[in-house]
Design a protein around this ligand. Structure first.
Ligand SMILES: [Zn+2]
Length: 115
């Protein structure tokens, strides 16, 4: 959690848990003005749990595999097509995954062996 030392009003912070739409969020509350600040990671958790982000997907099971659908805005932004290949790459700390896309229309050598 990125720690701010003081509120913009100059007051000191107190760690606080605040309930919003049934989700408990951990933040910092100013002792002086009462303003509450939440770190980005808490806001992301809130958006996931309340379904407020269109970029959140639920993991589903299909046989031995787990399935995640791709949001429409990602399909459009990255010009994803059926039969394109994606590759999962984890960071050094194994905390985040990057998805690399290989567009098969631009890689005819591979697509020829797959159809
Ligand atoms: Zn304040």
């Amino acid at each position: 959690m990125e720690k701010m030392k003081r509120c913009t009003c100059g007051g000191n912070f107190l760690e606080a848990a605040v309930e919003r739409n049934g989700v408990m969020l951990k933040g910092l509350k100013c002792r002086k003005c009462g303003e509450t600040y939440f770190p980005g990671s808490e806001m992301m958790r809130y958006e996931i749990l309340t379904g407020k982000s269109s970029l959140v997907r639920k993991v589903r099971r299909s046989g031995d595999s787990m399935i995640v659908t791709v949001p429409k805005q990602i399909i459009e932004k990255f010009k994803l097509h059926e039969d394109d290949m994606i590759y999962f790459k984890s960071d050094e700390k194994d905390e985040e995954i990057t998805i690399k896309i290989l567009h098969m229309r631009e890689n005819p050598v591979y697509s020829a062996t797959r159809k």
